[in-house]
Design a protein around this ligand. Structure first.
Ligand SMILES: [Zn+2]
Length: 194
């Protein structure tokens, strides 16, 4: 029996999401069929609201519903922690021990895939270096993360600003977003100058 085309289409949409295989996409689609009209509308409204209301903080590039995010509005701007993705801010901020601000690059340098400095949120980082005492490179400890950290460190150090890298502890090749709170707190506390 051929599946109704609207179900096939919805499964296709779900399976295009990161980490969602065809089986999970099918389960999601059948769950939607079981929802009430009101639940489906709530679901669609929530997706639409994210698209309409969320944008990049004009200072750090993190996601916010305001012009400037809560962290930039209230925290110590003399220390900036540079990360690749907004989800890394959530991971690093969980422990609550870091009091500085962040800067979100929205990616890493990868010349082979054609991602250069112009494709990342880098220019705005240099606009906010006035009065900054330290920049912490908290890109992932993989090849792209290291290349990105080294590249930025070379550009920032001539401003007389201390540049540090998260301490080892997050194993090489793993993602900051999956590291636990204690590991991340230790990595921040034990950061070393590069
Ligand atoms: Zn911000």
């Amino acid at each position: 029996m051929k599946q109704p085309s609207s179900i096939t289409k919805l499964i296709g949409k779900f399976s295009s999401l990161p980490g969602v295989g065809i089986k999970t996409a099918q389960r999601f689609a059948y769950a939607v069929i079981d929802m009430s009209e009101a639940e489906v509308k709530d679901f669609c409204d929530a997706m639409q609201a994210v698209k309409t209301n969320v944008h990049m903080c004009t200072e750090c590039g993190n996601f916010t519903e305001n012009e400037v995010c809560d962290i930039c509005a209230h925290r110590d701007k003399s220390i900036i922690c540079v990360v690749s993705y907004p989800k890394d801010v959530i991971a690093l901020d969980k422990s609550g021990s870091y009091t500085g601000v962040y800067h979100v690059l929205h990616g890493t340098l990868n010349p082979l895939e054609g991602r250069s400095a112009d494709d990342l949120n880098i220019k705005s980082l240099f606009r906010r270096l006035d009065g900054v005492k330290e920049v912490i490179m908290a890109t992932n400890p993989d090849v792209e993360g290291e290349v990105t950290a080294t590249y930025l460190a070379k550009l920032i150090k001539p401003f007389g600003i201390k540049v540090t890298r998260l301490a080892q502890g997050i194993s090489m090749g793993s993602d900051i977003e999956y590291a636990d709170e204690v590991t991340l707190e230790r990595a921040l506390d034990g950061r070393t100058e590069i």
